[in-house]
Design a protein around this ligand. Structure first.
Ligand SMILES: CCCCCCCCCC/C=C/CC(=O)SCCNC(=O)CCNC(=O)[C@H](O)C(C)(C)COP(=O)(O)OP(=O)(O)OC[C@H]1O[C@@H](n2cnc3c(N)ncnc32)[C@H](O)[C@@H]1OP(=O)(O)O
Length: 396
């Protein structure tokens, strides 16, 4: 990521972004390239600084790095701090982006910052998917699709190119979708994935999006988000079904212990490589997995990262039933449509009778797991694993 941002920033400085394609992608540059010395006043710059806080859509890490670099260049001039160590990957990415601006004059950096923010504000206003976080009722992006039909609300993870890895926005949106589904008139709620994967777990680029408070602050807010996310599954009042359409990794596996039914294609696998990633179990799996499959099988999965096939997961009790991939969708949906016609109140009450005795305990376990993980995220073991993945040196 640092490389891409650095290359982008270097191109920007060199004026090479003047081709029609690049001007379309960064419309703000058009102003900068076509007019001689269009100046940005200090007031324009301050307005842009305020505007950036009001962006409705997360512009992504590359753009944020660029904003950071331009801000530093505009306020302090060329990069004047020592290069961070190789393991300090977030500060190094920021340093790279700033350093790549070379001797770009402060005034030009200010102008570019103002133009970039104004292009972001324009595209953010024209996006119909986005609503302010505070009153967001629908998913904030198309990475999550929620449909309701035949008494079933289906929440579909929709980032097939990224194996449905969960961004922070998606955690928020799943929370909102579950809250809405708990109150709508559907009888059953389903979580599934689009594409060949069910879900590859936490999106590891979540680790690169560091707030001004630094990594500690990120770990703290990550732990709160994790806890809120898992709490929603613990409290979900209606039958909750996972339709596992392909391999599942990390948190998408651990929360299965909180589902009422798990249907899986025979192509699915179940993998919780927490030790490999320097992390520790979440989703209440430290409690549900030993309970479901016994402590030693749970240890193989959660401590040693043993990957289970769908049939193994079914034998261990994590999966309810396995279907041949060729008939998976058809068989599962016929089954679910039939179940959704059962009296909804009776189903809800029966679920609660089955689950309620454990709720308090599960909330306490969730809180503890989230705290432990917060510490883990700050460990060298975890940081090294994330760096390895992001620099394409490691895969599971
Ligand atoms: C302090 C931070 C807090 C943030 C907020 C946290 C809130 C809660 C956190 C809860 C914690 C959960 C723990 C976990 O879930 S651990 C599991 C994490 N997942 C992984 O480690 C999987 C990593 N991915 C892989 O190993 C492989 O991609 C794969 C899944 C085995 C698939 O391999 P395959 O060769 O088939 O496909 P590609 O690798 O080419 O993947 C296609 C593209 O998708 C990108 N990808 C896939 N998975 C992820 C992921 N988890 N995070 C980010 N990106 C992912 C992959 O990079 C490819 O992208 P590209 O096309 O741009 O190269």
């Amino acid at each position: 990521m640092a490389g891409v941002a650095g290359r982008l920033a270097r191109l920007w400085c060199s004026g090479a972004l003047s081709s029609p394609l690049q001007v379309t992608r960064f419309p703000a540059l058009q102003l900068h390239l076509c007019g001689p010395a269009m100046r940005a006043s200090q007031k324009d710059f301050e307005n842009a600084l305020n505007q950036v806080k009001l962006l409705k859509k997360d512009p992504g890490n590359e753009v944020k790095l660029k904003l950071y670099a331009l801000y530093k260049q505009a306020t302090e001039g060329p990069c004047n701090v020592p290069k961070p160590g190789v393991l300090d990957f977030i500060n190094k990415a920021k340093w790279d982006a700033w350093n790549a601006l070379g001797s770009l004059p402060k005034e030009t950096a200010r102008r570019n910052y103002v133009d970039l923010v104004s292009s972001l504000s324009a595209s953010s206003e024209s996006s119909i998917q986005v609503t302010p976080a505070a009153d967001r009722k629908q998913p904030g992006s198309d990475a999550l699709v929620v449909t309701s039909q035949d008494g079933i609300t289906t929440i579909t993870l929709n980032r097939p190119d990224k194996k449905n890895a969960l961004t922070t926005q998606m955690y928020h949106d799943i929370i909102l979708a579950l809250e809405a589904a708990s109150k709508d008139d559907s009888a059953i709620t389903v979580l599934t994935g689009n594409g060949d994967y069910y879900c590859s777990g936490n999106d590891l680029t979540n680790f690169t999006d560091i707030p001004p408070g630094g990594v500690e602050e990120k770990a703290r807010s990550g732990a709160v988000l994790l806890r809120d996310f898992v709490d929603c599954f613990i409290d979900f009042p209606k039958p909750l079904v996972a339709v596992v359409n392909g391999p599942a990794v990390g948190i998408s596996v651990t929360i299965l212990g909180l589902f009422d039914i798990v249907y899986a294609t025979d192509r699915a696998t179940f993998h919780t490589p927490f030790s490999h990633l320097g992390q520790s179990p979440e989703g209440c799996s430290s409690y549900t997995f030993p309970k479901i499959m016994g402590p030693s099988k749970a240890t193989e999965m959660l401590v040693f990262g043993k990957k289970l096939t769908a049939r193994e997961a079914c034998t261990q009790g994590l999966v309810t039933e396995v279907f041949p991939d060729s008939t998976f969708q058809k068989e599962v949906w016929v089954r679910l449509k039939a179940y959704s016609k059962l009296p909804p109140n009776a189903m809800r009450i029966s679920k609660q009778v089955i689950r309620n005795t454990e709720k308090e305990k599960l909330h306490a376990i969730n809180a503890e797991e989230s705290n432990v993980l917060r510490e883990r995220w700050l460990s060298d073991e975890c940081m090294n694993a994330v760096v390895s993945f992001l620099s394409k040196k490691a895969k599971l």
